[in-house]
Design a protein around this ligand. Structure first.
Ligand code: MD3
Ligand code: FE
Length: 200
């Protein structure tokens, strides 16, 4: 597949067909049964509007002590394994032997958003990041390595996969809004994003 690019980020539109999206959703329900979604607090004590959980060796976590990776869900149990279909997609798109340590699962309800930020809680920024969108359309914004400057926005749809390699790995990015009800994949609406990263 020939990806579209946005500031060096490669966008594989419709990388997952509807059957693959459904199958992945079934896998994610299994993950969420073992590791329920929660809303992390920022270091300033504000609850994030996005609900999260993780699969893999580590999960991304935030509270008043700051952003970090944790080997256990806040409930105390280890994170469930990353679904095989996600690992397959990572292997095909990255061409790497190395598997991701974390698959962060973000759930966006109607009013959820994610402010512009960089992903910098990982030990080595030379590993790529892969993101998979499921459910409602999300308005994704990408900026620059430094704070400020011009940004560009695109709508990500269910089945789209983003691959961030090289300099694009350090660009600021966020999600401004969700077109709630635009997809019928999730019965109750909303958007799921999976973000796979090598952590240590
Ligand atoms: C561009 N998630 O969890 S995924 C995150 O849609 C996060 O849930 C967003 O940003 C979401 O940290 C965006 C796409 C993405 C992920 C990592 C990137 C884009 C990126 C790293 C660098 C540049
Ligand atoms: Fe991010």
């Amino acid at each position: 597949m020939q990806p579209q690019t946005l500031r060096g980020a490669r966008i594989f539109r419709g990388a997952l067909d509807p059957a693959a999206q459904q199958a992945l959703l079934t896998d994610l329900r299994g993950v969420q049964q073992q590791a329920p979604l929660f809303s992390p607090e920022t270091r300033w004590g504000r609850k994030m509007s996005v609900q999260m959980t993780s699969a893999g060796k580590y999960g991304w976590y935030s509270d008043r002590r700051g952003y970090r990776y944790e080997p256990r869900h806040p409930g105390g149990q280890p994170w469930p394994p990353i679904p095989g279909a996600v690992l397959d997609l990572w292997r095909v798109l990255t061409g790497l032997e190395r598997q991701p340590d974390c698959c962060l699962i973000n759930f966006y309800g109607e009013a959820a958003r994610m402010g512009l930020h960089q992903d910098r809680d990982e030990a080595d920024f030379s590993w790529p990041v892969m993101s998979v969108s499921l459910g409602d359309d999300g308005l994704f914004r990408i900026g620059n390595e430094a704070r400020g400057g011009k940004t560009e926005s695109i709508w990500l749809q269910s089945g789209d996969v983003l691959l961030l390699t090289g300099p694009s790995r350090m660009l600021h990015h966020g999600v401004d809004r969700i077109r709630f009800g635009s997809s019928s994949l999730l019965a109750n609406g909303g958007r799921i994003n999976l973000t796979c990263r090598v952590v240590d």
